[in-house]
Design a binder for this molecule. Structure first.
Ligand code: SN0
Length: 329
């Protein structure tokens, strides 16, 4: 294990914002840092003293909210959490609008004000799933980057969920039985239209590893190539499951037919039959998960399911990110 000590910034590289994989210079070093945090969570309790972490949620959260709050507390930070949806003023995000409708506050002021109270801001803001171009400009988180004046940590934006993807790599590194496991990202059915963020982000991060990577989804559900790059994409789940070491399930709505639900075929649910095709694969999901829609009880309740370990690792993934940002000076 590398001894990071005071050399954290040198090892991992300076990090001003954590918006996506491109903000990480050395994923391996960040994974090691997270495992170091897991080994001794309170070791850096002095680092965040008298620093305030503000967590802003435009959408619901369980793991992200509690793990990020816990990570901030582990680092000695003061943590404030606010749900904007329902509790905050309705925000206008467009430029140059005459604000005589329902929206009381512009994101320019809101971001700047939160930035005035905080040293680091974590932000969650899902896509509309109505306007692809606007969603994929990630305009809400980018407005915070522009107007808050402090480092921003992405707690799931319209396009990516980097805290989850970092966690997923940590969890694979902890559990893998072979050096280069076969990792399958499989689409699964869902009654609601969900963002592509978790799938996009998982693809973008796994593409940076030397794992064998296959994405399985029905026709019409291919993710944007901006994130999948050269990853192998198959439209038959049985082909993908063959010999897999990890089955990572996630639903997303169509990118091509933006935001639509095109398929509810239960053959795409992760079940015992398909898991038998794998190399005794571990089952992963970011949670929350719809039992017997996305994954059968038999799979998620089996020992090969590592969803709780995965969720627990969220704390240490984001702690490594916060620690790196705090160590910038
Ligand atoms: C979110 C998503 O991006 O898919 C957050 C995952 C970390 N998931 C949901 O919104 C699930 C909602 C549901 O109704 O199951």
């Amino acid at each position: 294990m590398i001894d990071f000590g005071k050399g954290l910034v040198i090892s991992i590289g300076k990090m001003n914002n954590f918006l996506n994989v491109h903000d990480v210079k050395d994923i391996g070093a960040l994974v090691k840092e997270a495992l170091k945090c897991k080994h001794n969570p309170r070791a850096d309790h002095d680092l965040g003293q008298h620093k305030t972490l503000g967590l802003i949620f435009m959408n619901p959260s369980l793991r992200t909210r509690l793990s990020t709050q816990k990570a901030g507390l582990n680092l000695g930070m003061d943590v404030m959490v606010m749900n904007f949806s329902g509790e905050g003023w309705a925000l206008e995000t467009e430029e140059g609008v005459i604000m005589n409708g329902d929206k009381a506050e512009h994101i320019k002021e809101a971001a700047a004000v939160v930035g005035a109270y905080c040293d680091i801001i974590g932000l969650r803001s899902f896509p509309s799933l109505k306007d692809r171009e606007l969603d994929y400009s990630d305009h809400v988180i980018n407005a915070f980057v522009k107007f808050a004046g402090v480092p921003i940590v992405n707690l799931e934006s319209a396009t990516v969920h980097p805290c989850q993807s970092l966690t997923d790599i940590i969890t694979i590194e902890e559990t893998k039985q072979v050096a280069k496991p076969k990792v399958v990202l499989t689409w699964a059915p869902h009654p609601r239209a969900l963002p592509q963020s978790v799938g996009n982000s998982f693809a973008e991060w796994i593409n940076k590893t030397d794992y064998e990577f296959v994405i399985a989804n029905p026709e019409g559900y291919d993710l944007s190539q901006e994130f999948t790059r050269n990853a192998k994409v198959v439209h038959n789940p049985d082909v993908a499951y063959e010999g897999a070491d990890y089955i990572y399930a996630k639903n997303w709505s169509s990118y091509e037919h933006y935001g639509q639900i095109l398929c509810q075929d239960e053959n795409w649910m992760v079940d015992e039959r398909k898991m038998k095709l794998t190399n005794d694969a571990k089952f992963m999901h970011c949670l929350p998960v719809r039992r017997n829609v996305v994954v059968s009880d038999g799979v998620i309740d089996n020992d090969s399911s590592i969803v709780i370990q995965e969720a627990a690792n969220r704390e240490f993934a984001v702690q490594a990110v916060l620690k790196t940002i705090l160590s910038n000076g």
